[in-house]
Write a protein that binds this ligand. Sequence first.
Ligand SMILES: NC(=O)c1ccc[n+]([C@@H]2O[C@H](COP(=O)([O-])OP(=O)(O)OC[C@H]3O[C@@H](n4cnc5c(N)ncnc54)[C@H](OP(=O)(O)O)[C@@H]3O)[C@@H](O)[C@H]2O)c1
Length: 281
Amino acid sequence: MEGKLCVVTGATDGIGRVTARALAERGAEVVLVGRNAAKGAEVCKAIHRSSRNGRVRFEQADLSSQAEIRALAERLAAAGAAIDVLVNNVGALFNRRRESVDGIEMTFALNHLGYFLLTGLLLESLKASAAARIVNVASQAHRGAQMDFDDPQGAKRYRGMRAYSQSKLANILFTYRLAALLEGTTVTANCLHPGFVASAFGQDNGWLFNTVLKVVMRLSAIDVEAGARTSVHVATSAEVAGVSGRYFDKCREATSSLASRDEESGRRLWELSESLTGHRY
Ligand SMILES: NC(=O)c1ccc[n+]([C@@H]2O[C@H](COP(=O)([O-])OP(=O)(O)OC[C@H]3O[C@@H](n4cnc5c(N)ncnc54)[C@H](OP(=O)(O)O)[C@@H]3O)[C@@H](O)[C@H]2O)c1
């Protein structure tokens, strides 16, 4: 990965942190994106030390805010460098319905619209690379979910897990349509399930939820090192060169749900995302 520029979102903890470190260990220049500047500085320092790669830096952005995503994309594009890898990894689950600063339901804003807008704004920098990869971290949780186009933001009825599953389905629908759009360019787009990973995920949801989740994670989850493997594979492996529009699980291509392959849902989600972000590809 020497000479390549990689951007990893949600890189101050969990799967994103290990993904960023693994890319730095392979010699890439890595930009870590997160909302907490102090934590970002600490993580960069730790990655410098362990990877002996000084070309690792932090960019602060709350990725649920469209203004912050736009400002981040401007800063990244201002350097004029081609981006070789964009790992859209940020994601969270919200048990109680909340809204972003843009008045959009938080799960949809952060987990899906964040990927849609940042990718769209960085597309020219990605196209400037000889071979760029967009890696969207989705989840097995998409299985069983359907896009609720009558109430996509859970305004009438909200359940945290349902909103999360829908957002992860949206990651896959977005990836497939994006890959089709990028056909004939040097940019590929793939998505993946990292596994059930014992990370900091979901721990912002109150004492009871946190305790139950921690126990379940201790019993059945893989660690973050294993949890980052599929992201790193899709971002770096020679096997994945030129492969686009695929869903990966355990570093292998897998079949995502029927709902995630529904082209009409993909088209409607794309239109909705354009209208909620005001960004046209
Ligand atoms: N863990 C699992 O079992 C699992 C399974 C399937 C899929 N996934 C997916 O994997 C991805 C990573 O999850 P994880 O388990 O690594 O979660 P995590 O440990 O909670 O890490 C999430 C990262 O995102 C950052 N973040 C959260 N909200 C943000 C915001 N508004 N703006 C900017 N950054 C923000 C966090 O920053 P702070 O450090 O400031 O908190 C942290 O760096 C997510 O997309 C998730 O849906 C996870």
